[in-house]
Design a protein around this ligand. Sequence first.
Ligand SMILES: *Cc1c(COP(=O)(O)O)cnc(C)c1O
Ligand code: SF4
Length: 345
Amino acid sequence: MITRSSALLQRPAPETQPLPVQARWQTQLAGAIRDPRELCRRLGLDTAWQDGAARGHALFEVRVPEAYLARIRPGDPSDPLLHQVLPLIEEDHPVAGYVADPLAEAEHTPARGLIHKYAGRVLLIASPACAVNCRYCFRRHFPYAENAPSRAQWEESLDYIREDPTIREAILSGGDPLAASDRQLAWLVERLDAIPHLRRLRIHTRLPVVIPERIDAALLGWLSATRLQKVMVLHINHANEIDEAVIAACRRLSDAGVTLLNQSVLLRGVNDSVEALAALSERLFEAGVLPYYLHVLDPVAGAAHFDVSDDQARELVAGLREVLPGFLMPRLVREIPGEASKTPL
Ligand SMILES: *Cc1c(COP(=O)(O)O)cnc(C)c1O
Ligand code: SF4
């Protein structure tokens, strides 16, 4: 069945130990910090932050793996990585225009766990879970429980793709698709591989960034086994997210023939300066990743404090163009419900 990946699994591990029953990344995922008070304590933030964190956590739970925590500067409430994961009291303040499902995705799900909005591409919700909970996430209110398909429901999504020869690309999304087990992913990709009109497999994921050990032999096994062209779109918002372990994970992916791209969200207090955006593009390229999209924030309830105005966004991108080569320029876009593609600003 998944011959290549089993061959890889049978290769003796470098540390002569028998292979762990649970992969190391799964242990990290299971051990992620889920308590707002612990997050504040570990980072030396005082009680003033703890109360806000608890309020935000009640709306969308805290989740921060150790490998990501290690890249946050302790005692610095303005750290750009902390800002992405620390709930604030502001999340609990309703703001006009910020809603639960800003992209109206509920209207585009012909099969459970499948979203078909754009020509030639379908998006599959391969896992409802994420390795990190990003406070600005447009899916923070997404009804995941209703969108985590069983195998029978997967067959329904696969039939939808089989019956539409205009679909050339399957995009695994989530949540984070790489939060699913390699067994499940290998099963799914094998079936996608067998659909003749499909050409590309795209994976939208933040896992190689937050837990770089996710890019292990089992994953590279099923990824290398498919005939489909492979594209991975990472999600990185700040240069500090890219440490040596992330660079090594990206190298393993490039070596397996994966084209690496990155999408970012423009976030107040995280990357809303020409310096931060330029440093991000430069650092991405060091990791072998090209910038793809820079999204303006989707107006999801609880995230209004991250908003950067359209005028400021255009100014930032104009400033960025003055300092970067063209191939390191992300495209500034917005997702507008009902449009046939992302909309350039
Ligand atoms: C963003 C998105 C895609 C991919 O769009 P590209 O412009 O090809 O990156 C596909 N389907 C949905 C539902 C999306 O939101
Ligand atoms: S990893 Fe992506 S889907 Fe998950 S919380 Fe972060 S932004 Fe949302």
